[in-house]
Design a protein around this ligand. Structure first.
Ligand code: SAH
Length: 374
């Protein structure tokens, strides 16, 4: 299992310009102040917010409550084009849609919309690239370009909400219900932008999109201090932890950040998140044949999760069948081994599911987002 080792990047590269300011970067009060700075009445910011977050209208021509003379200025000041679609690919008869976006500086990111019978989930990116260097993940192998801004993160969701509302997605008009920060990047590495985005997604309209916090999932490789910080913010979003191995020796190798924060410290932080928020923490575990899927690792995983008398009710294990990525030496587990892994965890009282992976044929599944133009 010798993947090409690329370094962990903990400081985002400098020298990249800042994305243009957008209303989704600001709270409603800040928007009013910014409007005043432009010499426009503060309530115009609220009208614009209703269009953006509540009516999901982005075409200035439809904003007929704004005086034509001020419309262009308001749109220029608050709704700069942040994401330009480069390519859209669909799978599952149109119910899975992957979009490649170009950001203002040419950086590329991807988002994936997945419609199910009872919900619709958008999987969004928080960074262009990723610095966490996990060897089995295509994004990690591409390195980090830069953090995204709050508005760049939020806009992926707003565009998806609009696509659902207008019936652009197979299955007719519907509502976007869930957001997962499981696209490109490490959301807790871009902490300020991610937190801003979480607030904007969960604030009631027209401050934000008004999604339920429990329907927003932030997934992390395990940046321990940031997990604790998020726990203390008082926003009960769902936390997912990409654990992938129950012992330091293996996790150091497949999740390099583990060389900074041990498995025990990481699981402690996840438990702290549960204690502070009351939200059950998801443990993500990509099943790799002969690497982390042995019987003894299932037992060790159960030990680690229930250590220190914590019991098992605070967590839920989500096994992810490993998706193929370029140059990866790993393969997905044998289904029989996967079943045995599930059986062992469940017999230890740990609720366990296997993720129904979407979009593999369009390189849109977990770990496959590389944002390449061709
Ligand atoms: N950086 C965050 C957000 C990314 S979420 C995190 O690590 O949690 C993407 C999820 O897919 C993570 O759990 C990641 O470890 C997992 N993943 C990466 N490559 C994969 C692959 N090839 N097959 C299956 N899952 C993969």
């Amino acid at each position: 299992m010798r993947g090409r080792a690329i370094p962990l990047v903990l400081t985002p590269p400098k020298g990249r310009g800042k994305p243009p300011r957008h209303l989704a970067d600001l709270s409603l009060a800040e928007r009013a102040a910014a409007a005043a700075e432009l010499g426009l009445p503060g309530f115009r910011a609220k009208q614009l917010s209703v269009h953006y977050f509540e009516r999901l209208v982005h075409d200035p021509a439809q904003m007929t409550d704004l005086p034509a003379a001020q419309r262009a200025e308001l749109v220029a000041g608050f709704l700069p084009e942040l994401l330009t679609p480069v390519r859209t690919q669909t799978a599952d008869r149109g119910t899975t849609v992957k979009t490649l976006w170009k950001l203002f500086d040419g950086a590329l990111v991807e988002s994936v919309l997945m419609r199910y019978t009872d919900r619709a989930t958008i999987c969004i990116s928080s960074q262009a690239g990723c610095g966490m260097a996990c060897p089995f993940c295509a994004t990690g192998q591409g390195g980090l370009q830069r953090n995204m801004s709050t508005a760049e993160i939020v806009h992926q969701v707003v565009v998806a909400a609009r696509a659902m509302a207008t019936g652009e997605v197979a299955g007719g008009p519907g509502r976007l219900s869930n957001v997962v920060f499981m696209g490109m990047g490490e959301p807790l590495h871009a902490y300020a932008a991610t937190l801003g985005a979480v607030r904007r997604l969960t604030d009631p309209a027209p401050d934000g999109l008004g999604l339920s916090a429990r329907h927003v999932t932030v997934s992390t490789v395990g940046l321990v201090p940031r997990m604790r910080q998020l726990a203390d913010e008082g926003i009960p979003v769902t936390l997912a932890l990409s654990l992938h191995a129950p012992d330091d020796e293996l996790r150091n190798e497949i999740v390099p950040i583990n060389t900074r924060f041990s498995v025990a410290e990481t699981v402690d932080a996840a438990y702290y998140y549960f204690e502070r928020t009351g939200r059950r923490v998801s443990i993500e575990y990509a099943m790799m044949r002969g690497i982390n899927d042995q019987d003894h690792r299932a037992e060790l995983l159960a030990d680690v999760l229930s250590a220190d008398g914590r019991g098992t009710g605070w967590t839920h294990v989500n096994l992810i069948p490993l998706n193929p990525t370029p140059g990866s030496k790993w393969t997905a587990s044998d289904p029989a081994d996967e079943r045995e892994f599930v059986r062992r965890l469940e017999s230890r009282g740990i609720s366990t599911t296997v993720r129904d992976t979407r979009g593999r044929e369009i390189d849109g599944a977990c770990g496959q987002l590389a944002a390449a133009e061709s």
